[in-house]
Each structure stands twice: as structure tokens, then as C-alpha cells.
Design a protein around this ligand. Structure first.
Ligand code: 0FX
Length: 250
């Protein structure tokens, strides 16, 4: 069978390419694409084997050439016509139906809803279709969004290793999501970023907020100082390894 794989995530792209080297996948053809808006991939990967695609503009071609489409973290919304006419599988870094959409672990740290990984068949709504497999992860108070996201990615690869064969063979039992759940969009994340210095919150809420907004390589939470300078804030959390806290436990 011929499979279109659409990914804008470097870790998952590299891991997935390794996975399909296994003998059992040799008879399948995987064609890799990324989104046109992915400037990093254009610079780093553009080639005959890995190039941009605009799904909306190429529906007919996709339908005629492929038997399966897989979305492994991608920046574009799948057109309704496509998800209704060909099996499209989404590997989603969240535990559906909770915190569907943007950056699930960020919102889960704040609203305490479950987080994990869901592999599901796509329908017209975002992160919404029937579930093939999903797994929750426990999170801990010392973990930032970054720490949790790294574990989510590892779990995505683990679940792909276990379930790719049955996904290709279309041999799995589908389960309905528990409810419609809730959804967060990019604008919800953006509106989290500005800190109102006069907000009254508990330390617990403040620490959870900063955990949610701390992700290595991204500047998220910020406030303005008296002279109007924008100040970004990150949190650093460390578990005690030996005894005590403070200056050398004297
Ligand atoms: O691979 P991915 O999680 O994102 C991709 C697509 O780009 C995205 O549009 C799609 N919704 C998702 C399923 O797949 O990588 P990312 O670098 O966009 O985000 C990874 C994490 O980085 C995110 O969970 C939170 C953090 N992040 C990301 C951005 C862009 C931030 O903390 N701040 C940011 O500004």
C-alpha cells in the first residue's frame, strides 16, 4: 500500500523513518511531506523524498495515489473532503477528548485534565474522531510543559511501534471518545502568555502556571516592567537529590 505521511515534527519524522526500516514494513511505500508554512523544514530537508504539500490544493491527487494518510504532528488542517474520502490517521500529543487542539499538556497542567497520546481516525472536527489507541501519562509537580512534552513524544513513538502494523492493515477496534471534551486554540494559548501582575493567585496556581508556560527554546509568559520593557519568565524546578535545601544544609 502507499501511505502519505505528513509531519512538521523533526523528532517524530526521524523516529518514524527508523521504524519503517523494519522488514515487516518493506512492502509498503511511505511518501513524506511537510507543510508549506514550515520554514525550518524547507531549509533543512527540502528534497524529492521530503517536500511541502498543500492538502487543500491536492485532494484529487492524494485520493488517487494513496490508500492511507497519516498526520504525525502537522501544521495544516485536513480538508473535510479528504477525511471523508480516505482513511486519515492522526497521532495526537493529547488524551482525547480532553484539551483537544493546541498544546494539550500546557492546558492540562493548568486545568488538571488528563494528558497523554491518542492515535485516532480523523473526522471533520479537530482531534475528534474514533480512537484506535490512547494512553494517559502521569505528570508530576516538578515537570514543566517541556518535560511532559518530551515524555509524550516518546509515548507517541512507543504506540506507533506497537500499532503501526494494525493501522496499515486496518485491523483494529475503534472506541468512541468519552465525550465531546474541550478544545483550545492558538488564541487561547496566546492569551495565557501575558501576566497581569495584579492578579491574586495562590503559589500553587502560580507555580502550575509557570510550569505550563516553560518550554526550552520558547519565550511564553511575560509582563511589562515600569518602563515598558517586556520581561519573559520561565520557571526552574529541581527535585532534591540528597539532603535538605538552602546553602549546603548547614
Ligand atoms: O510538533 P509540534 O507539537 O506541533 C505540530 C504543529 O506545528 C502544530 O501546528 C500542531 N498543532 C501539532 C499537533 O503538531 O511542535 P511545536 O514546536 O509547534 O510545539 C511543541 C510544544 O512546544 C508545544 O506543545 C508547546 C511548546 N511551544 C510551542 C510554541 C510554538 C511553546 O511553549 N511555545 C510556542 O510558541
Amino acid at each position: 500500500m502507499r501511505v502519505l505521511v505528513l509531519t512538521d515534527n523533526e523528532f517524530i519524522y526521524n523516529q518514524f523513518k527508523e521504524l519503517i526500516k523494519q522488514k515487516q514494513y518493506r512492502e509498503s511505500i511511505f511518501d513524506f511531506f511537510f507543510s508549506e508554512s514550515n520554514e525550518l523544514f524547507k531549509k533543512k530537508y527540502f528534497s524529492e523524498d521530503f517536500k511541502p504539500i498543500n492538502l487543500k490544493q491536492r485532494i484529487d491527487e492524494v485520493l488517487s495515489k494513496y490508500q492511507l494518510v497519516m498526520s504525525l504532528h502537522c501544521k495544516q488542517l485536513f480538508p473535510e473532503e479528504l477525511v471523508n474520502r480516505i482513511r486519515c490517521i492522526n497521532v495526537h500529543p493529547g488524551f482525547n477528548p480532553y484539551n483537544r487542539g493546541w498544546f494539550p499538556q500546557v492546558f492540562s497542567i493548568i486545568n488538571k485534565l488528563p494528558v497523554g497520546v491518542t492515535i485516532h481516525e480523523m473526522d471533520e472536527q479537530l482531534d475528534h474522531g474514533m480512537i484506535i489507541v490512547q494512553e494517559k501519562i502521569d505528570t508530576f509537580q516538578w515537570e514543566t510543559s517541556y518535560d511532559i512534552y518530551k515524555r509524550i513524544q516518546d509515548l507517541e513513538i512507543k504506540l506507533l511501534k506497537t500499532h503501526l502494523r494494525s493501522i496499515l492493515d486496518n485491523k483494529y477496534e475503534l472506541v468512541s471518545p468519552a465525550s465531546e471534551g474541550n478544545i483550545n486554540l492558538k488564541k487561547d494559548f496566546n492569551s495565557l502568555c501575558e501576566i497581569n501582575l495584579n492578579d491574586m493567585v495562590t503559589f500553587r496556581e502560580a507555580i502550575d502556571y509557570f510550569r505550563a508556560m516553560s518550554f526550552l527554546g520558547y519565550k511564553n509568559a511575560y509582563f511589562y516592567d515600569e518602563s515598558g520593557r517586556k520581561i519573559f519568565v520561565d520557571i526552574n524546578l529541581e527535585i532534591e537529590t540528597e539532603k535538605g535545601c538552602g546553602k549546603d544544609n548547614e
